[in-house]
Design a protein around this ligand. Structure first.
Ligand SMILES: N[C@@H](CCC(=O)N[C@@H](CS)C(=O)NCC(=O)O)C(=O)O
Length: 223
């Protein structure tokens, strides 16, 4: 038994029911901020997903079966019914375009560029600042903690007055810019980067935490 789909493709009833129930698989690690930003967005938009934990400490991300999903050997990766994608910000863009209601990724030239600017900040100073400082303190990464901390503080010195005048990073509603920025900034204290001097950044974090569907990032075990 079966039926034709909208493109004229024949789909058996068994296959159709599989497609309707298929959920996105997110390969992740619970202490990764890159993974949390994807998990957070899936949760905020109410898209069903299942988690597969990749044991980074055991090197599972460098094993052949994982490298077949992402040759860079990094989490996060998603598998959306055969569409396999790596890189947290690329995944956010995909999910916004494929599943999210309007607004998370503006389509007007200025709005799209403004969000992209913050995705670049997330891949740049957010990663090399609070992200790297936390890598040192939580995972013992052999990186320069002093350098990471000063990158974080320079970044926060820019973001604090910026956020004093706004609710969210781009426009008056949350966008992918906020999702990409949230996780490593929220967990900056785990890298010994205090958020105390930055009330506007803390208020912005709280606004994201108040969104329906918000899920926190797992706290790192105490050192
Ligand atoms: N540009 C990537 C970076 C992802 C990344 O750095 N993932 C880390 C975990 S937070 C990882 O898998 N590290 C293992 C490695 O690089 O070997 C993204 O945005 O997803």
């Amino acid at each position: 038994m079966g039926t034709f789909d909208g493109t004229g493709r024949w789909i058996s009833h068994a296959r159709r029911s599989l497609e309707e129930t298929a959920v996105i698989t997110l390969y992740h690690h619970p202490l990764s901020g890159h993974c949390h930003r994807v998990r957070l967005f899936l949760s905020l938009i109410g898209q069903p997903f299942q988690l597969v934990e990749v044991d980074l400490l055991a090197g599972a991300h460098k094993a052949p079966d994982f490298l077949a999903l992402n040759s860079f050997g990094q989490v996060p990766v998603i598998d959306d019914n055969g569409t396999v994608l790596a890189d947290s910000n690329a995944i956010l863009v995909y999910l916004a375009l494929a599943y999210a209601p309007d607004g998370w990724l503006p389509t007007d030239p200025q709005g799209a560029a403004a969000v992209q600017r913050w995705l670049s900040v997330a891949a740049g100073p957010i990663n090399s600042g609070p992200g790297a400082a936390r890598l040192v303190k939580v995972f013992g990464a052999r990186l320069d903690h002093g350098r990471a901390k000063s990158v974080a503080e320079e970044l926060f010195a820019v973001m604090e007055p910026y956020l004093a005048k706004r609710q969210f990073l781009v426009g008056e509603r949350p966008t992918l810019a906020d999702i990409a920025g949230y996780s490593y900034i929220a967990r900056a204290p785990e890298g010994d980067v205090s958020l105390e001097p930055y009330p506007s950044i803390r208020a912005w974090l709280a606004r994201i935490e108040a969104l329906p569907g918000f899920v926190p990032m797992q706290a790192a075990p105490a050192a």
